[in-house]
Design a protein around this ligand. Structure first.
Ligand SMILES: [Zn+2]
Length: 667
């Protein structure tokens, strides 16, 4: 058995020895082990510690499999992963429903020791108790049975919702056979439409409601009638006929509301946000109200300016098109001009130098850690003062056919560096690869992506939280993007850019005029971008807080209700059949999804912009602020309420002014 590398936690993971055939036997053994530990925990007099480590081996083994499925998949590995996935998730979701475990935790909480806990241990106990309660641990048998029915129904209805969106999206196409009818579209969009037609064996150019095709038409196509046709199709998706989501939205809202009330909450937003930084739907709503007030004046101006520029009244399908024309007229700036200044090696080396200085760490490349692909690089992070090994990580930057899209960070081992156990993690991306003998030359946005994921990674590697479940990035959803997004700020600072952005041939820094253009273009129509996000946040909270199915408002059509809310955030008048929420998978494609949580995007932006003002004020390379940031935020994981952590770093609550200033919206 010891020959199966998934069974034994090892810092030096033998990625060169892991095979698909090991996945099922390892998972079965790890699940049996976790079940044994769970049983022992229920009899334990100190169940907290046992609870924290109960699934450590299982997390490790499954984490490696999940990771390999993302970066080095094979048909055999995918099959093995799909075979074990349901068993594993059934086990994990059974934990907070285990009555014997709940009794053991309650017994412990009532003891002298349980009642006198302090600090992180106390928080762990409180969070555990709250989580069990939110899973229905305190309900009577009838309540428990009803909760189970609601959860089953929610999972069925939300699955159907997302199938409907997919089917409705795929059911629509527009095939154009004459090139003359497509003026304005750039060559890349034409080529994409041509390839799409060929894949369906039709002549001409084929357009769909998939993001890239839809956005290219809305942004560039000169013919407003085609844009209108496509815009209407997109915004009435899954709102009629065979894939009608309208009754499902109502059902999902009803079920979520019933669940929240059954568990003793006012509404679904309070249930979901109890454990987040905002804590309640009302706080989240106040936050959005405030930002909206501060964004609206500039929003109106921008829309006036756009209509003046276009010389006509604009319909919803005109906005993206005329914005692009206005952008091109106002700014003589091409993102591509920056590429030669962002060779990947230099960006990464510059980033290590910047945060080495600020945070008091040293990053060194490792040469002998086994990897899953020869292009993967490995590094270790040391404390610059004590020399202690804090953690190691893998960096996998380029696309491959056996790797999924996007960029992400993941943890492999949560250690305890203070006791000689370093953390282990990874960062992945799908960045522009090297071509034609040149180094990989990135866009500015890609450089920001590297900084973003490195920020998540540092949150993990610099953690000093002793309770595993509260360590590193295991923080509230509306707090987790602070450590990542704050990093992107350095990509806009001249002194920092000079360290990471150098022309790959001449070594020259970015010319000042190019830098100024890049900064100016950043704030173009920023109020519209912000209002769009705020609108989604508003409609999300409005549906989950106000549109109570039990009230007389239930007779009101939820589609019309949401259209009225969204109209206030739209640059033009929305038509009567506008039904964007019928395709809003973010909110409705799974039992919780982003439901009542959409505000988090803006919330996190406020935190990162505001927290960065300390660096702005005291120096973007300030070791003093860096030390504080490392000790009070990065090292602390979820060991305290994030609002308290934030206050301990900033000396006050978050202030949205920095975000408005960064977006060019302060006045
Ligand atoms: Zn992120």
């Amino acid at each position: 058995m010891s020959t199966n590398p998934l069974l034994e936690i090892r810092f030096r993971i033998p990625f060169d020895r892991i095979e698909a055939a090991q996945v099922e036997p390892a998972t079965d053994e790890l699940l049996a082990d976790a079940a044994r530990r769970l049983h022992a925990t229920t009899a334990s007099e100190q169940p907290l510690q046992a609870l924290d480590t109960m699934t450590e081996r299982l997390d490790y083994g499954l984490g490696i499999v999940r990771h390999l499925e993302s970066v080095a998949t094979t048909p055999a590995l995918r099959a093995a992963y799909n075979a074990v996935q349901p068993k594993a998730s059934a086990f994990y979701s059974s934990i907070p429903l285990n009555e014997a475990l709940w009794k053991a935790i309650q017994r412990y909480a009532a003891t002298e020791e349980g009642r006198s806990l302090t600090g992180t241990a106390k928080r762990f106990l409180t969070k555990t108790v709250d989580s069990f309660k939110r899973h229905g641990a305190d309900l009577d048998p009838a309540g428990k049975a009803r909760l189970k029915e609601i959860d089953v129904a929610l999972s069925e209805v939300t699955t159907k919702f997302s199938e409907n969106v997919l089917d409705a999206t795929n059911a629509w196409e527009l095939v154009v056979t004459e090139e003359a009818k497509l003026p304005g579209l750039p060559p890349a969009a034409m080529a994409m439409a041509r390839a799409s037609a060929e894949s369906k064996n039709v002549a001409g150019w084929r357009f769909t409601l998939q993001g890239p095709s839809y956005l290219a038409v809305m942004t560039y196509l000169d013919d407003a009638r085609v844009r209108e046709q496509m815009w209407r199709a997109y915004n009435t998706r899954a709102a009629s006929g065979a894939h009608d989501n309208r009754p499902l939205v109502v059902r999902i809202l009803e079920l979520r509301n019933e669940k929240a009330r059954l568990l003793g909450f006012r509404d679904f937003s309070d249930l979901v946000l109890e454990d987040r930084m905002a804590h309640s739907g009302e706080r989240a709503q106040n936050f959005l109200d405030d930002l909206r007030k501060k964004t609206e004046p500039r929003f109106r101006e921008e829309n006036q300016e756009l209509e003046t520029f276009a010389g006509q009244k604009l319909e919803p399908w005109d906005i993206a098109y005329w914005s692009e024309k206005q952008r091109a007229a106002l700014y003589d700036f091409d993102e591509e001009a920056l590429r030669p200044y962002f060779p990947l090696e230099r960006v990464v080396a510059g980033m290590f130098e910047i945060f080495g200085r600020i945070l008091g760490i040293r990053v060194a490349e490792e040469k002998d850690m086994p990897v899953w692909d020869p292009s993967v690089r490995t590094y270790s992070v040391y404390d610059a003062g004590s020399g202690a090994h804090l953690g190691s990580f893998y960096a996998d930057w380029y696309p491959r056919e056996n790797k999924r899209g996007g960029a992400w960070m993941d943890s492999l081992i949560t250690g305890n560096p203070d006791q000689g156990h370093p953390h282990l993690g990874l960062i992945c991306g799908n960045l522009t690869p090297p071509v034609d003998g040149k180094p990989a030359l990135l866009t500015h946005r890609e450089a920001e992506t590297i900084f973003h994921e490195f920020g998540h990674l540092l949150h993990h590697l610099l953690s000093r939280v002793e309770v595993r479940s509260l360590a590193g990035t295991s923080v509230a959803w509306d707090f987790v993007e602070l450590p990542s997004q704050i990093m992107e700020n350095w990509c806009w600072e001249r002194e920092a850019l000079d360290l990471l952005a150098r022309h790959w041939e001449t070594g020259e820094p970015i010319p000042e005029d190019l830098f100024q253009k890049m900064k100016r273009a950043k704030t173009f129509r920023a109020a519209n971008a912000q209002m769009r996000q705020l609108g989604f946040g508003f409609v999300d909270l409005a549906m989950h807080r106000q549109w109570a199915p039990s009230s007389e408002k239930a007779s009101e059509d939820v589609i019309a209700f949401s259209r009225r809310v969204l109209q206030q955030f739209s640059a033009s008048t929305l038509p009567d059949d506008y039904a964007m929420i019928a395709g809003f998978t973010h909110l409705f494609a799974s039992p919780v999804a982003y439901g009542a949580g959409y505000y988090s995007y803006k919330w996190a932006e406020v935190l990162d912009a505001d927290a960065f003002t300390r660096f702005r004020r005291e120096g973007v390379f300030s070791e003093n602020v860096g030390r504080d940031y490392r000790d009070k935020i990065l090292a602390r994981g979820d060991s305290e309420d994030p609002a308290d952590l934030y206050r301990s770093f900033m000396g006050r609550d978050p202030d949205p002014r920095a975000l408005l200033e960064r977006a060019g919206l302060s006045r």
